[in-house]
Design a protein around this ligand. Structure first.
Ligand code: AMP
Ligand code: GLY
Length: 421
């Protein structure tokens, strides 16, 4: 079959990479794709926002399955449009994608259907929000309601930090419309787990867990980013923890969306805080996590595209997973998630089986930086610490004049394991 992947980031690179390896797939296209993924996909250059062009490309080229990577086209209704044209698409409709597009909507679903999450209130007025902060005290979490590329969240350890974040969002409109409302949320303590599932209505097929590293710098310091590295599995959590999270979070969320008339098809991603009282939802996403996809999909031994088609046709595919660990580290432009320069050469790129490009462009034959997160290098090994050693060994070759990466990806799991011995 022919698969079209929508998007141009690291997540889309691994999606195209996986589809290209699927037995059932003859040809992979990407829209737009990127100069970093031409080894696995034919990149069309069609913008992920150009719905007309995507539809005509899919029709003309008889695409059998379109997989939508990023959230923006989902929330703009690309899946609806492809469905209208009777094309096979894996990604939620605009209505269903609201589980990611509006944090206040996601919270109201969780409240209504008893899906565990932190307590919260929604505000659009600075003074009222500030009063709530004074009443609740710090720590407290401030979140812009809409999409903010993972950067709309402030975990405020003092009331002043919360006031500053509220001011940025509500008064200075730092996130534009996405910040017309804020969610003020209880601070949850525990370790994080990203759990994703292939979903079609009430059918939920969970993947293996992963852990992201959202902060820019080592030791979980610095601002929140889209994610600076990830690993899978997450040995801190056993099969029972994962089944509990599926039972208490993913399955009820999928069922709730069906009941609400927002039938969800695609990847449902639960960002969980594994608290002493069980898993609690930090956020839902309506697509694969980035960088989680880059460490989870390399462990998937089954044919992904065939599994998706099976799911869309009403089946419940069984997935088989490698027992090996995968650990991946993001190299980002210096300055990210703040401002950074683009168009800098990316030199001495190491050879690796799992090398996924994100913000890159090509000038002549030179690969250059074109975004915040530039690439992710991952390695697979029997143990996480071996995978980590291999990754950092290779990354030493990378010219880091314009790039930086965290040196401690996976340490929470690795130190835990070594202290257990
Ligand atoms: P989000 O974009 O909602 O995933 O939030 C970004 C990061 O902020 C999360 O990965 C957590 O590390 C942190 N965070 C978000 N909500 C909470 C919360 N209620 N309690 C503690 N930390 C949180
Ligand atoms: N890595 C977190 C996300 O994709 O939202």
């Amino acid at each position: 079959m022919k698969v079209l992947v929508i998007g141009s980031g690291g997540r889309e690179h691994v999606l195209a990479w996986k589809a290209a390896r699927d037995q059932s797939v003859d040809q992979v296209y990407a829209a737009p794709g990127s100069p970093g993924m031409t080894d696995v996909a034919e990149c069309t250059g069609i913008s992920e926002h150009d719905q007309d062009a995507i539809v005509s490309f899919a029709k003309q080229n008889r695409i059998d399955l379109t997989i939508i990577g990023p959230e923006a086209p989902l929330l703009a209704g690309l899946a609806d449009r492809l469905l209208d044209e009777k094309l096979m698409v894996f990604g939620p409709t605009q209505k269903a994608a609201l589980i990611e597009g509006s944090k206040s909507f996601a919270k109201s679903i969780m409240k209504q259907y008893n899906i565990p999450t932190g307590s919260y209130e929604v505000f659009s007025d600075y003074d009222k929000a500030a009063d709530y902060v004074k009443q609740q005290g710090a720590p407290i979490v401030v979140k812009a309601d809409g999409l903010a590329a993972g950067k709309g969240v402030t975990v405020a350890f003092t009331e002043q930090e919360a006031f500053d974040a509220l001011h940025d969002i509500l008064n200075d409109e730092k996130f534009g419309e996405a910040g017309a409302e804020v969610v003020l949320e209880e601070f949850l303590e525990g370790e994080e787990l990203s759990l994703m599932a292939f979903v079609h209505g009430e059918t939920v097929v969970p993947m293996v867990g992963a852990q992201d590293h959202k902060r820019a710098y080592d030791g979980d310091k610095g601002p929140n980013t889209g994610g600076m590295g990830a690993y899978s599995p997450v040995p801190q959590f056993g099969d029972e923890d994962i089944s509990r999270a599926v039972r208490e979070v993913l399955q009820p969320a999928a069922s709730a969306l069906v009941k609400e008339g927002r039938f969800f098809t695609g990847i449902l991603y639960a960002g969980l805080m594994m608290t002493a009282a069980g898993p609690k939802v930090i956020e839902f996403n309506a697509r694969f996590g980035d960088p989680e996809a880059q460490v989870v999909l390399p462990r998937l031994e089954s044919d992904m595209s065939a599994a998706i088609i099976g799911l869309l046709q009403g089946g419940k595919p069984e997935l088989s997973w490698s027992k090996d660990a995968v650990l991946g580290v993001v190299a980002a432009s210096i300055g990210y998630p703040g401002s950074y320069e683009k168009g800098k050469p990316i030199k001495h790129i190491p050879e690796a089986d799992l090398l996924f490009f994100a913000g890159v462009k090509k000038e002549g034959s030179e690969l250059q930086t074109g975004g915040g997160r530039v690439l992710l290098l991952a390695e697979k090994a029997a143990q996480l610490n071996e995978a980590k050693e291999k990754v950092y060994d290779k990354l030493q070759q990378l010219d880091d004049t314009y790039l930086f990466y965290r040196k401690d990806i996976g340490d929470k799991a690795i130190f835990r394991a070594s202290s257990d011995i």
